[in-house]
Design a protein around this ligand. Structure first.
Ligand SMILES: [Zn+2]
Length: 121
């Protein structure tokens, strides 16, 4: 009878920390850069419109619609989301006020032109 040495025990990889995708909530490993289910970037790889500089650029392009990616963003903290919301509302009110003032001054200039040209008739 011949004894064979027992097979070596299988090498167990330490399980990677689990995380969930911020878009599809699928299960991914902590170090994954992209979701293996939907392909969205994770952590530092999230699309630009969800980062701090992205929402600032978006505000100047689309105004209050920039709040949509702000509140969906996985990298902006809840406190920062409220700060962005308050700044966006204040900025929007200011811009509406500014355009109202411009419209009023343009109207008064046109009214002055009308009365001036009407005086000659
Ligand atoms: Zn996903």
């Amino acid at each position: 009878m011949e004894l064979t040495p027992p097979p070596p025990p299988p090498v167990l990889q330490p399980p990677a920390a689990r995380a969930s995708c911020w878009v599809c909530k699928g299960s991914i490993d902590q170090p994954d850069n992209f979701c293996r289910h939907c392909g969205k970037g994770q952590g530092r790889n999230v699309p630009w419109q969800y980062k701090h500089w992205g929402v600032v650029v978006l505000f100047f392009c689309v105004g209050p619609f920039a709040l949509y990616p702000v509140w969906r963003s996985p990298v902006i903290s809840r406190t920062a989301k409220w700060i962005y919301t308050a700044l966006t509302i204040a900025g929007t009110i200011y811009l509406i006020h500014l355009f109202t003032e411009i419209a009023r001054s343009v109207n008064s200039m046109l009214a002055g032109y009308d009365s001036f040209s009407g005086a000659g008739n």
